[in-house]
Design a protein around this ligand. Structure first.
Ligand code: ADP
Ligand code: MG
Length: 725
C-alpha cells in the first residue's frame, strides 16, 4: 500500500519488524498485526497504586469463562495445604470486600520461595487464567509482582513491570494471553512508542480544533502513560474519534461521488403492472409503507443509482414494497432480481410473490399475458438452468428470483434495472459486489433487512446507503404471547407444552418446533432434532409432522416447505433455517427448544414466523439456563418485548456487532477496533457531521491524512457494504 503520510507508513509496519518474529506471533491472538494495532491496544483497567481491582465485578464479567485476567489485590492470607512433596500454597487475594483464591503448586523449596515473595508486601498484580471449581473462581498459578516501597519483586519479569509503573502514576492492565502477560504487553507498547517517536497528526487541524481532542501523538502517550484519569479518557476519545471519522469520511466521499455513476431512470407509469397491482391489492398500505414506497419510486425515476437499505420488523411488509419497486422497473422494460440467502427462502419468495401478483403473474400455461417470473438457484437442473439463462439474457424473464447463483459471472442480464437483496446480513462479501458492477450503468439497489439496526450502527455499517425504516406493523396483526419454560424446574410444563401443540393442531392451525442442532451431542440432548423426534413420537402421535434442516437434499426441503405452506403438514420440526422469510398465516404456535442457544435477534426472527395473519400466536421457549444467568435474562427480555429495535439494541449490548449481523459478516465489523456503535452513538454523529464538512472543504480528497484514513479503512473493510461504493 502506498501511504501519503509518514504517520500511516510508520503505523502500518508489521509488528515483527519492531518486536521480532516470536513476540509478533504471540500478539496475533490479540488481533494485533501492525505497529498501529499495538499502539491502539488499550488497557482494560487503569489502576493507581492505591486502587484495588473490584473482584466481584471482575468475576462476574468473566463468569464461566477461562479468560486470562489481571488484577491488583492485597494478600489477605497464606496457607500451605497437603503433604510434602505434593504441597500447594493457597493465597487469599482481596479487594477489601471480596476475595479470590490463587493456588500455587510446586516443590517445597518453591512453595517457600513464593511464600516469602508474597509476604514482602500486601499488594501486588496477579495475572493468570481464571478457573472454576464448584462455581467458585480461582486463579491457578498466576504470575505476579508485589509492589513494595523499594520497587517491584515478583514471580515474573519484575523489571518490566517496574518500567511500566515508573512511566506513569497509573498501571494499565492490558488484555493478555498465556504468552503475553500484561507487563509484557506494556513493555512491547513502550518499545513501539519509542520506535515511532514524535508522529505527525494525520487529522486535518481544523477538525482537531473543532473537536478539542488531543493530537495523535499526545493521545497515544496519554492512553499508555496517563498522569491523570482525565488524560487517559481524552486519549481514548481521540482514538475513538479517529475510527468514527475514518468511516464517516469514507462514506461521505462515496455519497458525494455516487452521482458520478449512472443508472437508467425508470419513472412511474400509470398504465402498467404496478398500477394494476395497486388496484388489486387486498389491503391498504400502512403510512410507513406509503411514505417509503414514494421515496423509492422517486429514486428509481432518477438516473443516479438508488442505494437504499430498508429495515423493518419481521412482517412489516417489506416484500410488498420490494415487489412494487420491481414492477415499476419492469414497467419501463427493465429486469428486476430478488436475491435470497438460501434456497428455501428463494422458493418461499417465489411462492409469496406469485400469491401477491395473483392473475398478474404469467403461469406459462394459460396465462401468458403476465409478469414473467424465473427462479434460478444452485439446484436447478441443467435443463431448467439452460432455459432460465436463456430467458434472462433474452429479456423474456422480467422478475428473477434466486440465490447467490444469480451472482454467477456467466449470467447475462438483458437489462438489469433493480437488484433487491433480502436479508442482506447473510451474504458473503464479494457476491453483492459482482452484481452491482455489471455493465456501464449500475442497477438500482434495495437491500432489505429484518434484523433492525439502530441508527448509529446503520450509519457506520451502511453509511453509504440511505436508510429507511418500516416501524409500523400492518393493522390487524395479531398478538403473540411468549412464555419461558424452565425445563429443569418445571418439567410438568414440558408435557403440557406438547399437549398444547396438539390442541393448536386440532383447531386447524400449524406449529413450528425449532431446535438449535440436528444431531444429539449426548444421549439425552433435548436441544437436537435427533432427540426431539424420538421424544415427540408419543405425545404428537397421529399428527402430520415433518423434519426440515439444512442437510436434507434440496428437492426434499422444497417439497416439505411446499406441503407445509399448502397446509398438508401440521407440525414442522426444524432448525433455525426457518428463521427468515417463511410466511404462513396459519402457523400460530412455535416451540423453541434450547432457547439459550440462540441470540436475541435470532429468537425474535424465529418468533416472527408466527402471528403473521390475524390469528393470535403462542411462542413457548424451553430452556435449561439458570434463572439469573445472562441467557435467561435474554429470554425474559424476549418475552416482554416484541419491538425488534429494542431487542436488537439489547442484543448488541451483549455481543459484538459482527455477531448480530450474522457470522458471514464477521468481517464487516473488522474496520472497527475500539468503537462500539451503540455506546458511541454521539461520537459517530459528530464524526459524520464533520466528515460532511470535510468533503465540502476538500471535494477532491487532496488532504494526505484524510486520503490515508480512507485508504486504510477500505483495505480493512474488504466487505460488501463498504466495497460496493
Ligand atoms: P416482511 O417481508 O417485512 O417480513 P411481508 O412483506 O412478507 O413482510 O408481509 C408480511 C405479510 O403481511 C404478508 O402476508 C403481506 O401480504 C402482508 N401485508 C403486507 N403489508 C400489509 C398491509 N399494509 N396490510 C395488511 N397486510 C399486509
Ligand atoms: Mg420478507
Amino acid at each position: 500500500m502506498v501511504w501519503r503520510t509518514e504517520t500511516f507508513k510508520q503505523l502500518d509496519q508489521p509488528l515483527r519488524r519492531v518486536l521480532g518474529e516470536a513476540t509478533a506471533k504471540a500478539f496475533l491472538s490479540l488481533g494485533v498485526v501492525t505497529l498501529g494495532d499495538l499502539l491502539r491496544l488499550l488497557p482494560r483497567h487503569l489502576m493507581s497504586g492505591t486502587d484495588l481491582t473490584d473482584i466481584d465485578t471482575l468475576i462476574n464479567r468473566h463468569r464461566g469463562s477461562d479468560d486470562y485476567v489481571a488484577l491488583m489485590a492485597s494478600v489477605n492470607h497464606l496457607a500451605v495445604h497437603g503433604q510434602s512433596p505434593r504441597q500447594r500454597l493457597e493465597v487469599e487475594l482481596s479487594d477489601g470486600r471480596h476475595s479470590l483464591t490463587a493456588t500455587f503448586f510446586g516443590r517445597d523449596s518453591l512453595i517457600k520461595y513464593w511464600q516469602k515473595l508474597l509476604s514482602v508486601s500486601s499488594r501486588g498484580i496477579f495475572a493468570g487464567k481464571l478457573g472454576w471449581f464448584r462455581n467458585q473462581a480461582q486463579l491457578a498459578h498466576p504470575a505476579f509482582v508485589m509492589i513494595t516501597a523499594e520497587g517491584l519483586v515478583g514471580s515474573a519479569q519484575g523489571t518490566k513491570m517496574a518500567r511500566a509503573v515508573q512511566a506513569s502514576s497509573f498501571i494499565g492492565l492490558y488484555p493478555q494471553t498465556s504468552k503475553l502477560p500484561t507487563w509484557t504487553v506494556a513493555e512491547s507498547i513502550d518499545l513501539g512508542l519509542a520506535q515511532v517517536g514524535e508522529i505527525a497528526d494525520p487529522l486535518p487541524e481544523a477538525i482537531r480544533q473543532e473537536t478539542g481532542l488531543p493530537s495523535l501523538a499526545q493521545a497515544l502517550d496519554w492512553v499508555h502513560h496517563p498522569a491523570t484519569r482525565d488524560q487517559f479518557n481524552q486519549g481514548v476519545q481521540r482514538l475513538l474519534f479517529d475510527e468514527a471519522f475514518a468511516a464517516q469520511v469514507t462514506m461521505a466521499y462515496r455519497r458525494a461521488h455516487r452521482s458520478d455513476s449512472q443508472a437508467v431512470a425508470r419513472p412511474l407509469r400509470d398504465d402498467g403492472w404496478l398500477a394494476r397491482f395497486d388496484a388489486a391489492l387486498p389491503f391498504q398500505l400502512t403510512d410507513d409503507q406509503r411514505q417509503v414506497g414514494q421515496l423509492i419510486a422517486r429514486e428509481l425515476a432518477a438516473a443516479t443509482p438508488m442505494q437504499r437499505l430498508l429495515q423493518g420488523e419481521v412482517g412489516s411488509g417489506k416484500t410488498v414494497l420490494a415487489l412494487r419497486a420491481m414492477l415499476q422497473v419492469i414497467d419501463q422494460g427493465g429486469q428486476a432480481c430478488l436475491v435470497a440467502p438460501t434456497e428455501v427462502l428463494a422458493q418461499q419468495h417465489l411462492r409469496s410473490i406469485k400469491t401477491l401478483l395473483g392473475p398478474l403473474a404469467a403461469d406459462g400455461l394459460l396465462n401468458t399475458d403476465g409478469v414473467e417470473l424465473v427462479l434460478l438457484t444452485g439446484s436447478s437442473t441443467v435443463r431448467q438452468r439452460g432455459a432460465s439463462l436463456e430467458a434472462i439474457s433474452s429479456g423474456q424473464a422480467q422478475l428473477i428470483i434466486g440465490t447467490h447463483a444469480l451472482f454467477s459471472k456467466s449470467l447475462q442480464f438483458h437489462d438489469l434495472g433493480l437488484v433487491v437483496v433480502d436479508e442482506q446480513h447473510r451474504f458473503g462479501v464479494e457476491q453483492r459486489g459482482s452484481l452491482f458492477k455489471a455493465g456501464p450503468t449500475r442497477p438500482h439497489s434495495l437491500v432489505m433487512t429484518a434484523t433492525p439496526i439502530p441508527r448509529s450502527v446503520a450509519m457506520t455499517i451502511f453509511g453509504d446507503s440511505e436508510v429507511s425504516e418500516l416501524r409500523q406493523l400492518p393493522a390487524g396483526r395479531a398478538a403473540v404471547t411468549t412464555t419461558i419454560i424452565d425445563q429443569v424446574r418445571q418439567p410438568s410444563w414440558v408435557d403440557r407444552c406438547w399437549a398444547r401443540v396438539r390442541e393448536e393442531v386440532e383447531q386447524g392451525h400449524q406449529v413450528f418446533i425449532v431446535a438449535p442442532r440436528i444431531d444429539a451431542q449426548t444421549g439425552d440432548d433435548w436441544a437436537s432434532i435427533e432427540e426431539l423426534s424420538k421424544r415427540l413420537e408419543q405425545p404428537l402421535a397421529g399428527l402430520k409432522l415433518a423434519v426440515l434442516h439444512g442437510r436434507l437434499p434440496s428437492g426434499e426441503k422444497t417439497d416439505i416447505m411446499d406441503r407445509f405452506s399448502r397446509g398438508c403438514l401440521d407440525v414442522l420440526l426444524a432448525t433455525s433455517m426457518i428463521e427468515v422469510g417463511v410466511d404462513q398465516a396459519n402457523a400460530t404456535m412455535m416451540v423453541i427448544v434450547g432457547g439459550e442457544r440462540f441470540g436475541l435477534s435470532q429468537l425474535h426472527q424465529l418468533r416472527g414466523r408466527i402471528g403473521r395473519g390475524c390469528l393470535p400466536g403462542v411462542c413457548l421457549v424451553m430452556t435449561t439456563a439458570e434463572p439469573m444467568s445472562p441467557a435467561r435474562r435474554r429470554l425474559e427480555l424476549l418475552a416482554t418485548s416484541r419491538d425488534g429495535f429494542e431487542l436488537a439494541a439489547a442484543d448488541l449490548e451483549q455481543r459484538r456487532e459482527g455477531d448480530v449481523l450474522g457470522t458471514s459478516q464477521a468481517g464487516r465489523g473488522s474496520h472497527l477496533r475500539l468503537l462500539r456503535v451503540l455506546e458511541h452513538a454521539d461520537l459517530i454523529e459528530q464524526a459524520r457531521r464533520l466528515a460532511e464538512l470535510q468533503v465540502v472543504a476538500d471535494p477532491e480528497m487532496s488532504d494526505p491524512g484524510v486520503a490515508d484514513m480512507v485508504q486504510e479503512l477500505e483495505s480493512r473493510a474488504d466487505d460488501d457494504a463498504l466495497a460496493v461504493g
